[in-house]
Design a protein around this ligand. Structure first.
Ligand code: AMP
Length: 208
């Protein structure tokens, strides 16, 4: 593991614990000689983690869409590298390409979208990066309850639920991300919902 992709809020959130955890993760990344890849903004938890990682001497690469830079997210001007891309899709693709594992801190809808894209792509076997939630002050508890419900109701496989690492402490999260390289199982379908044999009379895909 060389670079960790971090998704987190472009806002600081209401509790001081959030910024404290972002700063701690930035420092721990630097202390371990790891680089940070993130959305390139100077605001909210995004700015906090970038400042802390830079302060510890880490390489920090920001990836930001041109338009967002103008209207919403003030770019961080002190990064090792700031990559300006055309679209949100390009941003996520480049961030994923540049990194080896994913850590998700508290954040809003943008953070959730980014988490779920990486998580669902991992389910599909499109990448094998480990993904972990930093559950600061129990922020992600509600989401974890929902994921458990998905497993109980057989919309999510238990191994995919457990592939999502959860830790409260940044150092512990990084250790687990480094130790786990997620291997996606062959299928993301519930085995009990897949018919064992295909009837010869079944229509073939593309012929309906
Ligand atoms: P938020 O958690 O809403 O503060 O957003 C955190 C980051 O997610 C910011 O860098 C946003 O630009 C980004 N973001 C917001 N909406 C989306 C989206 N639809 N797709 C990808 N990233 C997004």
């Amino acid at each position: 593991m060389q670079r960790v992709l971090v998704f987190c809020g472009s806002s600081p959130g209401s509790r001081p614990e959030y910024a404290a955890a972002a700063a701690e993760l930035g420092r721990v990344l630097a202390a371990r000689g790891l680089g940070l890849v993130y959305g390139g903004a100077s605001v909210g938890l995004m700015g906090t983690i970038a400042d802390a990682a830079l302060g510890g001497g880490a390489q920090v690469i920001g990836v930001i869409p041109e338009r967002l830079m103008e209207v919403r997210e003030v770019p961080h001007r002190g990064l090792t590298e700031l990559r300006v891309v055309a679209t949100m899709h390009e941003r996520k693709a480049l961030m994923a390409e540049l990194s080896d594992a994913v850590a998700v801190l508290p954040g809003g809808a943008g953070t959730l979208e980014e988490l779920f894209e990486m998580y669902t792509w991992s389910q599909l076997g499109l990448h094998d990066k480990a993904i972990g939630l930093l559950n600061v002050a129990g922020y992600w508890d509600g989401l974890l309850t929902m994921l458990d419900r998905m497993v109980a109701e057989r919309f999510l496989r238990a191994e995919h639920r457990h592939a999502l690492l959860v830790e409260r402490d940044p150092e512990a999260l990084l250790q687990r991300l480094a130790a786990q390289r997620h291997r996606a199982p062959d299928t993301w379908l519930d085995p009990q919902s897949v018919p064992k044999t295909r009837s010869p009379a079944s229509p073939r895909p593309g012929r309906m």
